[in-house]
Design a protein around this ligand. Structure first.
Ligand SMILES: *Cc1c(COP(=O)(O)O)cnc(C)c1O
Length: 405
């Protein structure tokens, strides 16, 4: 029996790896796996245990007390699956490395991750949230409905400083935003936040294109269901942040139970290893499709972010529902970030839960379609879009239709 079988991988990520700065592509395939060779392994093991034997209950009591104080991952053997899991910890370690943060805490979904952040701040008496629209529809709903006792002030990026109150616990933005791909100057917003933590939902950009912590964000949230998993078969969320906030998030996760399953942790770690190549390849196709859509007379407006990415949103002159009904290769479905392309109509689906006026005021037109570009050949994707867009009324190229996200 080797010691490392019972050791959380985060503790084996020794000084050697923390002191050497490695490029993102290298971290993507090595982070969270540094102890494997020493264990005589190549693929990471999946630990499905819900509980762990302990013949030293005095020691266990001390470790539980320590967790209750700081939320730090208990030293030594794991205790119980809701407190932490070694396979999930590998994914957390790797994601923290990619985002350039001290720690990361994984949850059962992106919404469970956001809920935990709101509970951490709310339980500290800081229930007020300042947020910028648009946000993902359910994030908007969670704040607007005040389900977790929070109160939201919606503003634009320039209004953040003025919207802060003594009880403001969080500023929340998405950039590029779901579904308009609107971009925010993160450094400027982080500055406007002062001492209030800024949470950036980095689901669309991924750490390949943008690392918000480098711009002053204290919390970086992902729906890992999207690009991090990357294959449409894992539901997950994660928050990358400093160890102090991570401790609070682990305590809330332990108390409320929104844990990530170890198999999902395994699949996410595996997903991270191809994240840079997937994002770059899909982004190249997305940029090409954005160019062609912008020059197409059937398209009124194209949204494509300055930082690039694999998402393209566009407004059609005709009926957006006909485009959804007309695709054959691209799958008409909610969600995004998979190896295959997906398209959906935000006003009907992803942002349906947002009040129609709020949605339109946030720039989500009823004619907007959101396309998640996958790894198919770009000519096949264009042929499918071309067919779904229907008859061409004219052939005048309109390159000015390419609007910045
Ligand atoms: C999908 C999504 C979420 C919610 O994540 P789930 O994993 O579905 O709970 C949050 N933010 C953004 C930007 C999303 O696209």
């Amino acid at each position: 029996m080797t010691r490392s079988v019972f050791t959380l991988p985060s503790m084996d990520l020794g000084m050697d790896t923390h002191t050497t700065k490695r490029a993102l592509d290298t971290e993507a395939v090595h982070a969270g796996r540094d102890d494997l060779a020493g264990q005589g392994l190549h693929a990471p093991p999946i630990d499905l245990s819900t509980t762990y034997p302990s013949y030293d209950s005095r020691g266990e009591a001390d470790r539980i007390d320590a967790f209750a104080t700081t939320g730090a991952e208990p030293d030594g053997p794991p205790v119980y699956g809701r407190l932490g899991n070694p396979t999930v910890a590998r994914f957390e370690t790797a994601l923290a490395r990619l985002e350039g943060t001290e720690s990361a805490v994984a949850f059962a979904s992106g919404m469970a991750a956001l809920s935990a952040v709101l509970l951490v701040r709310g339980s500290a008496g800081l229930r007020h949230v300042v947020a910028v629209r648009p946000l993902y529809g359910c994030s908007d709903h969670l704040l607007t409905a005040g389900l977790l006792g929070s109160e939201v002030t919606w503003t634009d990026p320039a209004g953040v400083a003025d919207a802060l109150r003594p009880d403001t616990g969080l500023v929340l933005v998405e950039s590029p935003a779901n579904p308009t791909l609107a971009e925010i100057d993160l450094r400027a917003v982080a500055h406007a936040c002062g001492s209030v933590p800024l949470l950036v939902d980095n689901t669309f950009a991924t750490p390949v294109l943008q690392r918000p912590a480098e711009h002053g964000a204290r919390l970086v949230l992902h729906s890992a269901t999207k690009y991090l998993g990357g294959h449409g078969d894992v539901l997950a969320g994660v928050v990358a942040c400093d160890e102090e906030l991570a401790g609070r998030l682990r305590q809330v996760r332990f108390a409320t139970g929104g844990v990530l399953h170890p198999l999902a942790g395994y699949l996410l770690l595996r997903g991270l290893s191809t994240l840079p190549v997937r994002v770059r390849a899909a982004s190249a196709s997305a940029a090409e499709l954005a160019r062609r859509l912008a020059a197409d007379p059937r398209v009124a407006r194209v949204h494509y972010p300055r930082i690039g990415g694999a998402m393209v949103s566009f407004e059609v002159h005709g009926d957006p529902h006909r485009v959804i009904g007309g695709v054959r290769l691209i799958t008409p479905a909610v969600s995004l970030g998979s190896v295959d392309s997906l398209i959906q109509h935000p006003a009907s689906i992803s942002h349906r839960i947002v009040d129609a006026d709020d949605r339109r005021n946030a720039g989500v037109s009823d004619r907007l379609l959101r396309l998640s570009v996958g790894l198919e050949d770009v000519e096949d994707l264009w042929a499918d879009l071309d067919g779904a867009l229907g008859e061409r009324a004219g052939t005048t190229a309109r390159p000015e239709a390419l609007a910045q996200g």
